[in-house]
Design a protein around this ligand. Structure first.
Ligand SMILES: [Zn+2]
Length: 333
Protein backbone atom coordinates (compact mmCIF):
# COMPACT_ATOMS: atom_id res chain seq x y z
CA UNK A 1 0.00 0.00 0.00
CA UNK A 2 1.35 3.40 -0.94
CA UNK A 3 0.29 7.03 -0.89
CA UNK A 4 -2.47 8.22 -0.63
CA UNK A 5 -3.72 5.26 1.46
CA UNK A 6 -0.50 5.29 3.41
CA UNK A 7 0.25 8.57 5.13
CA UNK A 8 3.04 8.30 7.67
CA UNK A 9 2.19 11.75 9.03
CA UNK A 10 -1.00 10.32 10.61
CA UNK A 11 0.99 9.02 13.55
CA UNK A 12 2.88 12.29 13.98
CA UNK A 13 -0.12 14.59 14.35
CA UNK A 14 0.26 15.35 18.04
CA UNK A 15 2.47 14.69 21.02
CA UNK A 16 0.36 11.80 22.32
CA UNK A 17 0.78 9.91 19.06
CA UNK A 18 4.46 10.71 18.90
CA UNK A 19 5.06 9.67 22.50
CA UNK A 20 3.16 6.43 21.89
CA UNK A 21 5.19 5.23 18.92
CA UNK A 22 8.63 6.54 19.93
CA UNK A 23 11.16 3.74 19.38
CA UNK A 24 14.12 4.98 21.39
CA UNK A 25 14.14 6.76 24.69
CA UNK A 26 17.18 7.68 26.76
CA UNK A 27 16.69 7.64 30.50
CA UNK A 28 18.91 8.27 33.49
CA UNK A 29 19.44 4.54 34.05
CA UNK A 30 21.36 4.38 30.77
CA UNK A 31 23.90 7.03 31.75
CA UNK A 32 27.29 7.06 33.45
CA UNK A 33 28.90 10.37 34.47
CA UNK A 34 32.73 10.58 34.37
CA UNK A 35 34.73 12.37 37.09
CA UNK A 36 38.36 13.33 37.58
CA UNK A 37 39.63 12.97 41.12
CA UNK A 38 42.82 14.64 42.34
CA UNK A 39 44.77 14.95 45.63
CA UNK A 40 44.23 17.74 48.13
CA UNK A 41 41.25 19.25 49.88
CA UNK A 42 38.65 21.74 48.66
CA UNK A 43 40.05 21.48 45.13
CA UNK A 44 37.65 22.25 42.30
CA UNK A 45 39.79 23.12 39.27
CA UNK A 46 37.68 23.96 36.24
CA UNK A 47 38.70 22.11 33.08
CA UNK A 48 38.72 24.97 30.58
CA UNK A 49 37.99 22.94 27.49
CA UNK A 50 35.12 21.08 29.19
CA UNK A 51 32.83 23.69 30.78
CA UNK A 52 31.07 22.38 33.89
CA UNK A 53 33.70 19.67 34.54
CA UNK A 54 36.37 19.86 37.22
CA UNK A 55 39.36 18.16 38.73
CA UNK A 56 37.96 17.42 42.18
CA UNK A 57 39.59 16.47 45.46
CA UNK A 58 37.81 13.65 47.27
CA UNK A 59 35.82 15.94 49.60
CA UNK A 60 34.51 17.94 46.63
CA UNK A 61 33.87 14.79 44.62
CA UNK A 62 31.57 13.59 47.39
CA UNK A 63 29.58 16.82 47.16
CA UNK A 64 29.35 16.54 43.35
CA UNK A 65 28.31 12.90 43.32
CA UNK A 66 25.67 13.41 46.02
CA UNK A 67 24.20 16.13 43.85
CA UNK A 68 24.36 13.86 40.80
CA UNK A 69 22.38 11.16 42.59
CA UNK A 70 19.90 13.43 44.36
CA UNK A 71 19.27 16.18 41.82
CA UNK A 72 19.96 14.48 38.50
CA UNK A 73 18.83 10.95 39.36
CA UNK A 74 22.01 9.45 37.88
CA UNK A 75 23.54 6.73 40.06
CA UNK A 76 26.51 5.58 38.00
CA UNK A 77 29.93 7.19 37.71
CA UNK A 78 33.23 6.50 35.98
CA UNK A 79 36.38 7.54 37.82
CA UNK A 80 39.71 8.78 36.49
CA UNK A 81 42.62 9.64 38.77
CA UNK A 82 45.06 12.50 38.67
CA UNK A 83 47.97 11.43 40.88
CA UNK A 84 50.38 13.58 42.86
CA UNK A 85 53.39 12.01 41.19
CA UNK A 86 54.05 9.90 38.12
CA UNK A 87 56.51 7.12 37.32
CA UNK A 88 57.78 5.05 34.38
CA UNK A 89 55.27 2.23 34.46
CA UNK A 90 52.20 3.52 36.27
CA UNK A 91 52.94 1.24 39.19
CA UNK A 92 51.91 4.07 41.51
CA UNK A 93 48.31 3.30 40.64
CA UNK A 94 48.68 -0.25 41.99
CA UNK A 95 48.61 0.86 45.62
CA UNK A 96 45.61 1.03 47.91
CA UNK A 97 46.82 4.54 48.76
CA UNK A 98 46.49 5.70 45.15
CA UNK A 99 43.97 8.43 44.51
CA UNK A 100 41.20 6.37 42.88
CA UNK A 101 41.02 3.53 45.48
CA UNK A 102 40.93 6.22 48.16
CA UNK A 103 38.09 8.00 46.39
CA UNK A 104 36.16 4.76 45.89
CA UNK A 105 36.34 3.94 49.61
CA UNK A 106 35.13 7.43 50.53
CA UNK A 107 32.26 7.31 48.03
CA UNK A 108 31.18 3.87 49.19
CA UNK A 109 31.20 5.05 52.80
CA UNK A 110 29.14 8.16 52.12
CA UNK A 111 26.74 7.37 49.30
CA UNK A 112 24.36 4.43 49.08
CA UNK A 113 23.23 2.81 45.87
CA UNK A 114 26.00 4.25 43.74
CA UNK A 115 27.62 2.19 41.02
CA UNK A 116 31.28 2.98 40.51
CA UNK A 117 33.06 2.07 37.30
CA UNK A 118 36.82 2.27 37.72
CA UNK A 119 38.80 3.09 34.60
CA UNK A 120 41.97 1.01 34.43
CA UNK A 121 44.93 2.41 32.54
CA UNK A 122 48.44 3.67 33.13
CA UNK A 123 48.45 6.86 31.05
CA UNK A 124 47.35 9.15 33.88
CA UNK A 125 50.17 7.71 36.02
CA UNK A 126 53.13 7.46 33.65
CA UNK A 127 55.66 10.26 33.23
CA UNK A 128 55.63 9.70 29.45
CA UNK A 129 51.81 9.70 29.19
CA UNK A 130 51.58 6.37 27.34
CA UNK A 131 49.26 3.62 28.49
CA UNK A 132 51.94 1.18 29.60
CA UNK A 133 55.54 0.20 30.16
CA UNK A 134 57.93 1.45 27.48
CA UNK A 135 60.54 -0.93 26.06
CA UNK A 136 62.60 0.19 23.05
CA UNK A 137 60.37 3.20 22.41
CA UNK A 138 57.11 1.23 22.31
CA UNK A 139 54.50 0.18 24.85
CA UNK A 140 55.33 -3.40 25.82
CA UNK A 141 52.07 -5.35 25.69
CA UNK A 142 52.73 -8.20 28.10
CA UNK A 143 54.55 -6.15 30.75
CA UNK A 144 51.74 -3.60 30.68
CA UNK A 145 49.16 -6.31 31.31
CA UNK A 146 50.86 -6.99 34.63
CA UNK A 147 50.44 -3.45 35.95
CA UNK A 148 46.88 -3.34 34.63
CA UNK A 149 46.01 -6.55 36.48
CA UNK A 150 47.57 -5.25 39.70
CA UNK A 151 45.74 -1.94 39.35
CA UNK A 152 42.44 -3.75 38.71
CA UNK A 153 42.82 -5.81 41.86
CA UNK A 154 43.45 -2.72 44.00
CA UNK A 155 40.37 -1.04 42.54
CA UNK A 156 38.20 -4.10 43.14
CA UNK A 157 39.47 -4.36 46.70
CA UNK A 158 38.58 -0.69 47.27
CA UNK A 159 35.00 -1.46 46.22
CA UNK A 160 34.78 -0.69 42.50
CA UNK A 161 31.62 -2.27 41.09
CA UNK A 162 32.96 -2.58 37.54
CA UNK A 163 36.52 -2.72 36.20
CA UNK A 164 36.97 -0.93 32.88
CA UNK A 165 40.33 -1.41 31.13
CA UNK A 166 40.88 1.36 28.55
CA UNK A 167 44.44 0.61 27.45
CA UNK A 168 43.89 -1.53 24.29
CA UNK A 169 46.62 -4.06 25.13
CA UNK A 170 46.00 -7.53 23.68
CA UNK A 171 44.99 -10.12 26.24
CA UNK A 172 44.37 -7.73 29.10
CA UNK A 173 40.78 -8.78 29.70
CA UNK A 174 41.82 -12.41 30.23
CA UNK A 175 44.68 -11.39 32.53
CA UNK A 176 42.49 -9.08 34.61
CA UNK A 177 39.72 -11.69 34.80
CA UNK A 178 42.22 -14.27 36.07
CA UNK A 179 43.62 -11.90 38.70
CA UNK A 180 40.17 -10.91 39.92
CA UNK A 181 38.99 -14.53 40.10
CA UNK A 182 42.12 -15.74 41.90
CA UNK A 183 41.46 -13.12 44.56
CA UNK A 184 37.79 -13.87 45.06
CA UNK A 185 36.38 -11.06 42.90
CA UNK A 186 34.60 -13.44 40.53
CA UNK A 187 31.48 -11.27 40.81
CA UNK A 188 33.18 -8.06 39.63
CA UNK A 189 32.28 -7.47 35.96
CA UNK A 190 34.69 -6.22 33.32
CA UNK A 191 33.57 -3.44 30.98
CA UNK A 192 36.16 -3.61 28.21
CA UNK A 193 37.04 -0.61 26.09
CA UNK A 194 37.02 -3.02 23.15
CA UNK A 195 36.91 -0.82 20.07
CA UNK A 196 38.81 2.24 21.20
CA UNK A 197 39.97 4.33 18.30
CA UNK A 198 43.06 6.56 18.13
CA UNK A 199 40.88 9.65 17.97
CA UNK A 200 41.38 13.40 17.93
CA UNK A 201 38.14 13.64 19.91
CA UNK A 202 40.05 12.83 23.12
CA UNK A 203 41.84 16.19 23.05
CA UNK A 204 40.03 17.96 25.91
CA UNK A 205 40.27 14.83 28.12
CA UNK A 206 44.05 15.07 28.02
CA UNK A 207 43.87 18.48 29.60
CA UNK A 208 41.40 17.09 32.16
CA UNK A 209 43.46 14.03 33.05
CA UNK A 210 46.87 15.52 32.31
CA UNK A 211 47.69 12.47 30.20
CA UNK A 212 48.96 13.66 26.82
CA UNK A 213 51.69 11.34 25.45
CA UNK A 214 55.12 13.02 25.62
CA UNK A 215 56.28 11.36 22.40
CA UNK A 216 54.50 9.81 19.44
CA UNK A 217 50.82 8.97 19.63
CA UNK A 218 48.67 6.01 20.62
CA UNK A 219 48.09 4.53 17.18
CA UNK A 220 50.38 1.55 17.90
CA UNK A 221 47.75 0.26 20.31
CA UNK A 222 44.49 2.13 19.75
CA UNK A 223 42.55 1.40 16.58
CA UNK A 224 42.70 3.12 13.21
CA UNK A 225 39.52 5.24 12.87
CA UNK A 226 39.09 3.82 9.37
CA UNK A 227 38.47 0.22 10.48
CA UNK A 228 35.22 -1.37 11.49
CA UNK A 229 35.80 -5.06 10.55
CA UNK A 230 38.75 -4.93 12.93
CA UNK A 231 36.48 -3.47 15.63
CA UNK A 232 34.40 -6.63 15.44
CA UNK A 233 37.54 -8.74 15.91
CA UNK A 234 38.48 -6.68 18.98
CA UNK A 235 34.99 -7.12 20.43
CA UNK A 236 35.03 -10.85 19.71
CA UNK A 237 38.42 -11.27 21.41
CA UNK A 238 37.28 -9.40 24.51
CA UNK A 239 34.12 -11.49 24.77
CA UNK A 240 36.19 -14.68 24.45
CA UNK A 241 38.49 -13.39 27.19
CA UNK A 242 35.56 -12.85 29.53
CA UNK A 243 34.36 -9.27 29.07
CA UNK A 244 30.86 -8.73 30.49
CA UNK A 245 30.24 -5.55 28.51
CA UNK A 246 32.03 -4.14 25.48
CA UNK A 247 32.61 -0.51 24.58
CA UNK A 248 32.92 1.56 21.45
CA UNK A 249 34.81 4.82 21.93
CA UNK A 250 34.29 7.57 20.71
CA UNK A 251 30.55 7.38 20.00
CA UNK A 252 29.39 9.96 17.48
CA UNK A 253 31.78 9.35 14.61
CA UNK A 254 31.44 5.60 15.26
CA UNK A 255 27.68 5.04 15.34
CA UNK A 256 28.06 2.57 12.47
CA UNK A 257 30.52 0.56 14.55
CA UNK A 258 28.08 0.49 17.48
CA UNK A 259 25.38 -0.79 15.14
CA UNK A 260 27.64 -3.48 13.69
CA UNK A 261 28.56 -4.69 17.18
CA UNK A 262 24.86 -4.73 18.09
CA UNK A 263 23.98 -6.77 14.99
CA UNK A 264 26.82 -9.25 15.49
CA UNK A 265 26.99 -9.91 19.23
CA UNK A 266 24.59 -10.50 22.04
CA UNK A 267 26.21 -8.56 24.87
CA UNK A 268 25.55 -5.18 26.54
CA UNK A 269 27.19 -2.38 24.57
CA UNK A 270 28.60 0.76 26.11
CA UNK A 271 29.33 3.87 24.06
CA UNK A 272 31.59 6.67 25.27
CA UNK A 273 30.38 10.13 24.25
CA UNK A 274 33.87 11.58 24.62
CA UNK A 275 35.29 14.93 25.65
CA UNK A 276 35.72 16.35 22.14
CA UNK A 277 32.11 15.58 21.31
CA UNK A 278 31.07 17.34 24.51
CA UNK A 279 33.33 20.35 23.99
CA UNK A 280 32.25 20.96 20.39
CA UNK A 281 28.67 21.24 21.54
CA UNK A 282 29.55 23.48 24.49
CA UNK A 283 31.56 25.81 22.26
CA UNK A 284 28.70 26.12 19.79
CA UNK A 285 26.24 26.68 22.63
CA UNK A 286 28.44 29.38 24.18
CA UNK A 287 28.28 31.18 20.85
CA UNK A 288 24.50 30.91 20.73
CA UNK A 289 24.65 28.83 17.55
CA UNK A 290 22.57 25.86 18.67
CA UNK A 291 19.71 24.81 20.93
CA UNK A 292 21.91 23.04 23.45
CA UNK A 293 19.30 21.09 25.37
CA UNK A 294 17.61 19.69 22.29
CA UNK A 295 20.96 18.79 20.82
CA UNK A 296 22.08 16.92 23.95
CA UNK A 297 18.90 14.88 23.83
CA UNK A 298 19.26 14.22 20.11
CA UNK A 299 22.88 13.14 20.44
CA UNK A 300 22.23 10.75 23.33
CA UNK A 301 19.19 9.35 21.53
CA UNK A 302 21.22 8.75 18.37
CA UNK A 303 23.83 6.80 20.34
CA UNK A 304 21.16 4.64 21.91
CA UNK A 305 19.33 4.19 18.61
CA UNK A 306 22.60 3.00 17.05
CA UNK A 307 22.59 0.16 19.56
CA UNK A 308 24.24 1.30 22.79
CA UNK A 309 22.66 0.04 26.00
CA UNK A 310 24.74 2.29 28.23
CA UNK A 311 26.22 5.71 27.50
CA UNK A 312 29.13 7.30 29.28
CA UNK A 313 28.68 11.03 28.82
CA UNK A 314 29.77 14.34 30.33
CA UNK A 315 26.18 15.41 29.63
CA UNK A 316 24.82 12.79 32.06
CA UNK A 317 24.31 15.21 34.91
CA UNK A 318 22.71 17.99 32.88
CA UNK A 319 20.54 15.45 31.06
CA UNK A 320 19.34 14.05 34.39
CA UNK A 321 18.58 17.54 35.67
CA UNK A 322 16.66 18.29 32.48
CA UNK A 323 14.64 15.08 32.83
CA UNK A 324 13.81 15.75 36.46
CA UNK A 325 12.69 19.29 35.69
CA UNK A 326 10.45 17.97 32.89
CA UNK A 327 8.93 15.41 35.25
CA UNK A 328 8.30 18.08 37.86
CA UNK A 329 6.68 20.41 35.36
CA UNK A 330 4.37 17.70 33.98
CA UNK A 331 3.48 16.70 37.56
CA UNK A 332 2.35 20.29 38.17
CA UNK A 333 0.23 20.28 35.01
ZN1 LIG B 1 45.55 5.04 28.70
Amino acid sequence: MAFPQTRLRRLRQNMIFRDMIRETEVNCDDLIMPYFVCPGAKVRNPINSMPGNYQLSIDMLLVEVKELVEKAGVNKILLFGIPEAKDDTGKLACSEHAIVPKAIRALKREIEDLLIVADVCNCEYTSHGHCGTIVDGDVHNDLTIQTLSAQSLVLAQAGADIIAPSDMMDGRVAAIRRTLDENGFFNTPIMAYSAKFASAFYGPFREAADSAPQFGDRSRYQMDPANSDEALREVEQDILEGADMVMVKPALSYLDVIRRVKDNFNIPIVAYNVSGEFSMLKAAAANGWIDEKRMIREILTSIKRAGADVIISYHAKEFGEMENRDLLSTAVL
